[in-house]
Design a protein around this ligand. Structure first.
Ligand code: PMP
Length: 452
């Protein structure tokens, strides 16, 4: 196939050839043209990390306008978990768009919104009565979870954690830990947000019980349970560095919240929908949150988000207090129902656990031969390496950036993350083949070796 054919017939989904193919440098001439237009037309604050013009994606690849085919180990930040342009999602979107594209659920309700709520109520952890509300983005879901918790408890304070990321709106900037690039210069931030120390086994060496005791002591001394509406945490911290807390940490926090009438909110925007090898990461820790926020993987790439939780908490907000013009858009809901069917029918959590084995085996072997990899960690298809000085553990952000840049130049999309910017994370779509994943990891290994 010529480059032009690849460009003019950019059919996405699993029909795309599943190969890494470089026909130009990255970025090629067409991509460069778009990036120049972007620089002139799009606000500088909207960055990008992979300098290509995407024209198609599916299975485990993203194809650019120059005909390059890149291995996708990022899933658009954990969104295309079922696979990009998944055929069932595409068909559902097309059918719904031809039927109606919008009524506003707050004006004229439709069935798909209710069906998504029913599915979330059924699938999220815990067998208590649950209800859901739908929104457009992860940040919006987190904002609404906090609103609901405040209304339910009549209290105002909210606790978030070191290394936490919850979004870029005003309240979620306050909840997010890292200043640059998320918060710097954008204050003042919403009040009554407090930050507690998290569990970061590679850096703090604490047991889950000790890390929880440290956090709970802060909550009791600096806020007081009587003032605290909610404790908000990502079960595995995503943007902060794919930090898996020590065993028992989350369980102790949940127990403390329950004993004090504090709403425990699990932000599963990044960890949800099979990403961690269970439908929800909370299951992997044996916790039952009061509220769960979801987005990203829920709808195969369409914008949709949700808050799901205990019916009596969810019902605390008065009619009209929750919602938004587009929340639970019918096209996004149709996509979500198709994606959720794929998660269940194809047992995608099991596929994520298979990918965990491949990723961890390969990365642990790499760590054996390169002590600059301080830690290999993660759950399911959410695995990362943290680069650090072998002796002092000082974070090595320059190495993470250099490896990521070299991988992209060689046709493998990887993303960095971490409070210290020294983590490379692997978030492949669950539709990637083992061969392609292994080829991507070969490229990571050679990119790392090139830096020695
Ligand atoms: N919470 C978590 C845990 C996230 O990872 C993100 C996005 N990276 C958000 C909230 C915000 O989601 P969105 O970008 O859809 O607003």
């Amino acid at each position: 196939m010529s480059t032009i054919d690849a460009v003019t017939t950019p059919l996405g989904g699993p029909t795309l050839p599943q190969e890494r193919r470089l026909v130009t440098e990255i970025p090629g001439p067409r991509s460069q043209e778009l990036l120049a237009r972007k620089a002139a037309a799009v606000a500088a604050g909207v960055g990008h990390t992979v300098p290509i013009e995407a024209v198609a994606a599916g299975g485990g690849v993203v194809v650019d306008a120059d005909g390059n085919s890149l291995i996708d180990l990022g899933s658009g930040i954990a969104v295309t978990t079922v696979g990009n342009a998944h055929p069932a999602v595409v068909a559902a979107v097309q059918a719904q768009a031809a039927q109606f594209t919008h009524t506003c659920f707050m004006i004229s309700p439709y069935e798909s919104y209710v069906a998504v709520a029913e599915a979330l109520n059924r699938l999220t952890p815990g067998d208590h009565a649950k209800k859901s509300a739908l929104f457009n983005s992860g940040a919006e879901a987190v904002e609404n979870a906090v609103k609901i918790a405040r209304k339910h408890t009549g209290r105002q304070a909210v606790v978030a954690f070191d290394h936490g990321y919850h979004g870029r709106t005003n309240l979620t900037m306050a909840l997010t830990a890292k200043s640059m690039p998320y918060k710097s210069g954008f204050g003042p931030f919403a009040p009554e947000v407090y930050r507690a120390p998290a569990s970061y086994p590679f850096r703090d060496g604490l047991s889950g019980a000790d890390a929880a005791a440290r956090a709970i002591s802060l909550l009791e001394k600096q806020i007081g349970a009587d003032n605290l509406a909610a404790v908000l945490i990502e079960p595995v911290q995503g943007e902060g560095g794919f930090i898996v807390p020590a065993d028992g940490f989350l369980n102790a926090l949940v127990d403390w919240c329950r004993a004090h009438g504090v709403v425990f909110i699990a932000d599963e925007v990044q960890t949800g929908f099979a990403r961690t090898g269970a439908l929800f990461a909370s299951e992997r820790f044996g916790i039952v949150p009061d509220l769960i926020t979801t987005a990203k993987g829920i709808a195969g790439g369409l914008p949709l988000a949700a808050v799901t939780g205990r019916a009596e908490i969810m019902d605390a907000a008065h009619p009209g207090g929750l919602g938004g013009t587009y929340g639970g858009n019918p096209v996004a809901c149709a996509a979500a129902l198709a994606a959720i069917a794929a998660f269940e029918d194809d047992d995608l959590p099991a596929r994520a656990r298979q990918l965990e084995t491949v990723l961890k085996n390969r990365l642990a072997a790499l760590q054996q031969s390169d002590p600059r990899i301080g830690d290999v960690r993660g759950l399911g298809a959410m695995v990362a390496v943290e680069f650090a000085d072998p002796v002092t553990k000082a974070p090595d952000a320059a190495l993470a950036a250099a490896v990521a840049k070299a991988c992209i130049a060689k046709g493998v999309i990887v993303l960095t993350c971490g409070t210290y910017g020294n983590v490379i994370r692997f978030l492949p779509p669950l539709s990637i083949g083992d061969d392609l994943l292994n080829e991507g990891l070969d490229v990571v290994a050679s990119a790392l070796a090139d830096t020695r």
